[in-house]
Design a protein around this ligand. Structure first.
Ligand code: NAD
Length: 499
């Protein structure tokens, strides 16, 4: 059985230990490969390669870096189907959904292709007599990304194109559950002309992460994953003097007002809740039905949940694949049982679903829970599965208060025909990414992505302008070119002011 190796200095590299972890095909439930589990020695080897590469990469021209990004972008496009199949086979999502995973990541490469414009500094002429000021930004050095299983292409692509385009070298520690996409991307970078050592991959779990957080040769760490690990990464890496961005989990509410088109709202909420089996940090996990919208909304949501086609991700026509692991399937089905025991109405019960020919796959069907209340576990916990909870409230202000009391603040959406309601909602809600009649409001790459509260630890959203800021440091230069000696101003001992 194949072992997925690390990728260090431009080549697949065997780990320092023989420790591995099985990688499954979630649709069949069968193991399909092993992944190497790296530790401190592997991380150190990758950092050494990345440090050596930084010497020349940080000196490369903007033109060279831009050309690599253009070539890489084209290769991502050319290989979208192949990479989509790799992702689907390890994650379980449909191939079409995996293509979306790649396409949304590719947008960040497109943003990075505009490097020449993005990295322009500014210049102030004659701030004082004969003195000008300009600024520019420089790369940090070796930087690392630690990423979750749910977007094996897009989330790492939020990080490395910007880090690399701005002149850094990169070490990726992808999820051990679906590791192959990282190596495929490494091969594409090599084909695009990226010098060896600029992009490296070390596979593994906690041991590899801990080695990254403590390594003195790593300047910055980008993390995306669950909130407890985001907090741990933020605390540990900042304690080691690193710059950190750490994005965490979510509980995303979609609010439906009585004036909304219920068929439209329910269709989009269903896709947002059950797409990718609910394993998205921007998945709609709570529908907040306001006033008289409730009964009609539940009726359409039920019909649409029953219409979702569940099956293997590589079967055409499938809407929703399996969960990523057996443990995830058991956890989600258990949570549905607890919700019912705590008093939620089980409108659609997705538990126990068996798919013909894939009886051992990690499938569960869409579940729809009505009359959920804020104290129930199904509301308080991020279930990360195909479960949609409905909470009924009387007014928009009550819906906003509910969202603001939730510890997470990643995404939210409002379905309405009222501009006034939409404006009030977007101004009052304590959430980072907001959709108005858009269920999954993932910002374009030239904006930045990030939630509020427990969905983002620290203060740095990811990609877009914030990504440029995160992966670079500013310098400000004050310049004087004196005229011949007779015209010199005398040097003064008082603190310099402009005149
Ligand atoms: P996870 O937190 O279990 O794992 C994320 C990364 O951390 C992986 O690389 C993993 O190997 C590593 N890790 C896991 N346990 C660790 C430990 N104890 N110590 C050190 N490192 C550890 O997350 P996941 O299950 O892979 O992904 C799902 C989570 O990610 C959900 O909570 C989801 O909301 C979140 N997510 C958030 C965003 C966002 O933008 N806010 C995007 C995608 C996913």
């Amino acid at each position: 059985m194949k072992t997925i190796q690390h990728w260090i200095n431009g080549n697949p590299t065997e780990g320092s230990s023989t420790e591995t972890q099985p990688v499954f095909n979630p649709a069949t439930g069968r193991q399909q490969s092993h992944v190497a589990l790296g530790g401190a020695t592997d991380v150190d080897a990758a950092v050494q390669a990345a440090s050596a590469a930084f010497e020349s990469w940080s000196e490369s021209s903007l033109t060279q870096r831009t050309q690599v990004m253009f070539a890489f972008r084209q290769l991502l496009l050319d290989h979208e189907e192949e990479l989509g199949r790799i992702i689907s086979a390890e994650h379980g999502k449909t191939i079409e959904d995996a293509r979306g995973d790649i396409a949304r990541g590719r947008e960040v490469v497109e943003f990075a292709c505009g490097l020449g414009d993005i990295l322009k500094g500014s210049f102030s002429d004659q701030v004082s007599r004969g003195i000008d000021v300009h600024n520019f930004r420089q790369p940090l050095g070796v930087v690392a990304g630690i990423t979750p299983f749910n977007f094996p292409a897009m989330v790492p692509l939020w990080m490395h194109p910007i880090a690399i385009a701005t002149g850094n070298t990169f070490l990726l520690k992808p999820s051990e559950r679906d590791p192959s996409a990282a190596n495929f991307v490494a091969e594409l970078y090599k084909k695009a002309g990226l010098p060896d050592g600029v992009f490296n991959v070390v596979h593994g779990g906690k041991q590899a992460v801990d080695a990254i957080l403590a390594h003195p040769g790593i300047e910055a760490v980008s993390f995306v994953g669950s909130t407890p690990i985001a907090k741990y990464v933020h605390e540990t890496a900042t304690a080691h003097g690193k710059r950190v961005q750490a994005l965490g989990g979510a509980k995303n509410h979609a609010v439906v007002l009585p004036d909304a088109d219920l068929e439209f709202a329910a269709g989009h909420i269903t896709a947002g809740a059950y797409g990718s089996a609910g394993e998205r940090c921007m998945a709609v996990s709570v529908a907040v039905a306001v006033g008289t919208a409730a009964d009609g909304l539940v009726e359409v949501l039920e019909r649409k949940a029953r219409e979702v086609k569940v099956g293997p991700g590589d079967t055409p026509g499938t809407d929703m694949g399996p969960l990523v692991t057996k443990a995830a399937q058991e956890r989600v089905e258990n949570a549905v049982g607890i919700a019912a025991a705590q008093g939620a109405t089980l409108v659609v019960d997705g538990r126990g679903l068996k798919i013909d020919g894939h009886e051992d796959g990690f499938f569960t069907g869409p579940s729809l829970l009505d009359n959920v209340t804020p104290h129930m576990d199904a509301y308080r916990e991020e279930l990360f599965g195909p479960v949609l909870a409905i909470i009924r409230v009387d007014t928009l202000d009550e819906a906003i208060a509910l969202i603001n009391a939730n510890p997470y603040g990643n995404g939210t959406a409002l379905f309405t025909a009222s501009g006034e309601a939409a404006r009030r909602f977007q101004r009052k809600v304590k959430v980072g990414m907001i959709g108005v009649n858009v269920p999954v409001p993932v910002p374009m790459s030239y904006y930045s992505f990030g939630g509020w509260k427990d969905s983002l630890i620290g203060d740095s959203p990811i990609h877009g302008p914030e990504g440029i800021r995160f992966y670079t440091r500013p310098k400000v230069v004050t310049t004087r070119w004196p005229r011949p000696a007779a015209q010199h101003a005398a040097a003064g001992f008082a603190f310099p002011t402009s005149s």
